[in-house]
Ligand binder design. Structure first.
Ligand code: S3P
Length: 438
């Protein structure tokens, strides 16, 4: 079957405890920030997926010494602005929007031109959202109509900026925060709420940062050019990866799952809130705080009936990577669900709003989709009896994994192409599925 997966049967009841791989957002941020520290930083449970390996390779190309072992990763930071940038440097950021956008923030001083490239999916995504604010710091960009490949040429002395982030994009916010870290003076960001791992890491590293919470946005004030000490980090499990198993359990019969040590940062738990509204029982146990991040074990059980949802759009940002899965739950709910203000979903590794709708239609679920919303006409009795083929989806890892969950819970015979896509974010995904089958 080389790079395709065939699923013919739904999953039998299971009751298991599993450990999900490390959080992708935190793994990339730890590596980027460790490169800016002075001295040796060590992480354990770093996610070893292609997005994180691309991060390590890009940093190595910038002269950073990195050793990757089985259970830990060591980065020898060279301090702020310490990259050794050779002429004609090309950084391959692979599939990772987070890496490509955040690393630009660290390059605003680059003496030499640097070219940023990415894979087919990343090369279709918008970069003006980061080059525009980074230009205000003084860096110069050449883009391919706002997309990759991009050439950045830094400026000797960058200027602090005022920036209004309106999309609720943590990548845009974090790219500006990293540029601010390397810039003397105060940068002020007015940001629509989005995941706040960068802010928590800045606080932990004692980088001067002030956050003023307003009703609909936050004001983030950063004073840059402060030396930062190296730091160690135990990366918790990724809730976005864990969500595949949360939804698998919710949609399966008589099953239970316990996910250990998951990052339940409030800016990431939109899926838990949405599923609870839809009637899924989710328990959080052993809650602790680790360097500002909230961690817990997540316990989920199957449900007999699911309620539809008119999803409040203030939950969108905290669930942005989980909507394909949430749409599957809506497909099984009794009634019509509605999700709005979701144009950002079409800006991901694939146009996910379109793909979410397409997968549901292939399953026999009616949808009404616009450029930023979807209505899903749920059917609690749905049993698929046909063959479904999923292919040509730009190898979007979350489309592959969502399709597997749909196949294991709704039935039918599914042939899902591009299995390798899981290497982007969750290499052990299929192994965990196998463990649940035993
Ligand atoms: C991420 C932010 C989100 C998310 C992505 C990871 C991050 O993207 O979709 O998977 O680590 O900052 P946006 O900032 O574009 O919403």
């Amino acid at each position: 079957m080389n790079n395709k997966t065939l699923v013919k049967n739904t999953i039998k009841p299971f009751n298991k405890t599993v450990r999900i791989e490390g959080d992708k957002s935190l793994s990339i941020r730890w590596a980027l920030l460790a490169s800016q520290c002075v001295g040796k930083s060590t992480s354990t449970n770093l996610l070893k997926s292609e997005d994180v390996l691309s991060t390590i390779n890009c940093l190595k190309k910038l002269g950073v010494k990195i050793s990757l072992f089985k259970n830990k990763c060591q980065i020898n930071g060279m301090g702020l602005n310490g990259f050794k940038i050779k002429k004609n440097t090309i950084l391959n950021t692979g599939n990772s929007g987070t890496l490509a956008r955040l690393i630009l923030g660290l390059l605003v001083h680059s003496k030499n031109k640097i070219k940023i490239v990415g894979d087919k999916s990343l090369s279709k995504r918008d970069f003006l959202r980061v080059t525009k604010p980074l230009e205000k710091f003084g860096a110069k960009f050449k883009t391919n109509s706002g997309k990759l490949p991009i050439i950045i040429k830094g400026v000797k002395k960058s200027r602090p900026i005022n920036y209004y982030e309106k999309k609720g994009s943590a990548q845009c916010k974090s790219a500006v925060m990293l540029a601010a870290l390397n810039t003397e003076g105060q940068t002020i960001i007015k940001a629509k709420k989005s995941r706040n791992h960068s802010e928590l890491l800045f606080k932990h590293l004692k980088i001067p940062i002030k956050i003023i919470k307003k009703n609909k946005f936050e004001l983030i004030k950063i004073r840059g050019k402060k030396k930062i000490k190296s730091f160690n980090y135990k990366i918790p499990s990724d809730i976005s990866s864990g969500s595949f198993f949360i939804v698998l359990t919710a949609l399966s019969k008589n099953s239970k799952i316990n996910l250990k040590n998951v990052n339940i940062n409030p800016s990431r738990v939109g899926i838990l809130k949405i599923l609870r509204i839809m009637g899924v029982r989710i328990l959080l146990k052993n809650i602790t705080i680790y360097k500002g991040e909230k961690i817990a074990d997540i316990h989920v059980e199957s449900v007999k009936s699911l309620k539809p949802i008119n999803c409040p759009s203030n939950l969108n940002s905290a669930a942005i990577d989980e909507f394909l899965l949430i749409f599957l739950v809506a497909a099984k709910a009794k009634g019509v669900s509605y999700f709005k203000d979701l144009s950002e979903l079409n800006q991901k590794e694939s146009p996910r709003l379109k793909w979410g709708s397409k997968i549901l239609n292939l399953m026999g679920i009616k949808t009404i989709t616009t450029s930023n919303s979807i209505k899903i006409f749920g059917n609690p009795d749905l049993k698929i009896n046909k063959k479904i083929i999923i292919k040509n989806y730009l190898k979007d890892h979350r489309i592959f994994m969502t399709s597997i969950i749909a196949a294991l819970t709704f039935g039918g015979e599914w042939l899902i192409h591009d299995k390798d896509s899981i290497k982007t974010s969750f290499p052990s995904f299929l192994k965990i599925i196998d463990k649940l089958k035993k």
